[in-house]
Design a protein. Structure first.
Length: 305
């Protein structure tokens, strides 16, 4: 089945143990909300957190949001039962499963197979629940291209810089912060490689979390780097980060107008038999139009065009 195009400018993390926070997330402006069974939930609470998540998915008004659940990794004792409980309890209200700590395609195949069995058992469209994969282990980054092309359920790759720091042995403080210990963007290689792999396989690339939710400038800076490289959205670990993500990953009115002008000028040139055109003193051609068509596609997804 063909994968849907979803708006993913902001992906809001919400603990599955908090009814209050899940209700607040449902009313937020986030494009996607994921109810978390993994890092936001203590081991002693993981089993009990499944029921509130199911109840929230089926009872809250989520509007047009994409509804997701982050399960525990396939290496844990909870993964299989997470999938069974969430899909059996709220499969028709669930859009996406987020899989953490993936190391290789085999981890994706395990979840894909389990989902297919559950969907068939419950009379749901087989393949209807999408997958987002966290690239947060060095093993995963080393074979991210293979992972990106391994499963038709895949919709997005997410850069998980927190666990990747630990996996790589990087000496940092809080997630997303580097201070003055490294010149430039310490995540450029990982971010760029993930984005290239995602784009090569028709997937969305999502930038990971920025832990200091009071540092709006830092979040905006990281989001700006990510969108410039081709990412379409970023995680928000606090509701205050949602508006920033939606803004940074949406084209501005000026950008949309410019994109239309460029694409129209190139198409007119092509119609007249010319391979290139001059627009405001800048030479533009089919490659230029292709760049700006991406802007128009993002604007259309965001309801801005």
């Amino acid at each position: 089945m063909s994968r849907p195009s979803r708006l993913r400018r902001s992906e809001l993390s919400t603990p599955g143990t908090s009814d209050k926070m899940m209700a607040k997330a449902a009313g937020s402006a986030a494009d996607l909300v994921f109810l978390d069974l993994e890092d936001a939930v203590a081991p002693i609470q993981k089993v009990a957190a499944r029921r509130p998540i199911v109840d929230a998915l089926v009872s809250l008004d989520w509007g047009t949001k994409t509804k997701a659940v982050r399960i525990n990794g396939v290496h844990t004792q909870w993964c299989h039962d997470d999938l069974e409980a969430v899909v059996e309890g709220a499969g028709r209200a669930l859009d996406v499963i987020i899989v953490p700590k993936v190391k290789a395609p085999r981890d994706v195949w395990f979840v894909d197979t389990a989902l297919s069995q559950l969907e068939g058992k419950l009379g749901l469209p087989v393949g209807g629940i999408g997958l987002e994969i966290l690239i947060e282990e060095t093993e995963a980054l080393a074979c991210v291209e293979e992972i990106a092309g391994c499963c038709p359920r895949l919709e997005a790759l997410i850069l998980g810089v927190g666990d990747l720091s630990a996996s790589q042995g990087i000496r940092l403080g809080h997630v997303g912060e580097t201070g003055d210990r490294y010149p430039g963007d310490i995540w450029h290689y990982a971010r760029n490689r993930l984005i290239v792999a995602a784009r090569a396989h028709g997937l969305d690339a999502i930038d990971g979390p920025f832990a200091n939710f009071r540092d709006a400038a830092g979040y905006r800076r990281e989001a700006g780097w990510a969108t410039t490289l081709g990412a379409v959205g970023k995680w928000a670990i606090h509701p205050d980060q949602v508006a920033l993500a939606n803004e940074v990953f949406s084209p501005t009115e000026k950008e949309i107008e410019r994109a239309r002008s460029v694409v129209d000028a190139v198409r007119r040139a092509e119609a007249s038999g010319d391979g290139a055109a001059n627009l405001d003193g800048v030479m533009i051609d089919a490659a230029t139009a292709r760049i700006f068509e991406t802007v128009l596609h993002r604007a259309e997804l965001a309801g801005l065009a």
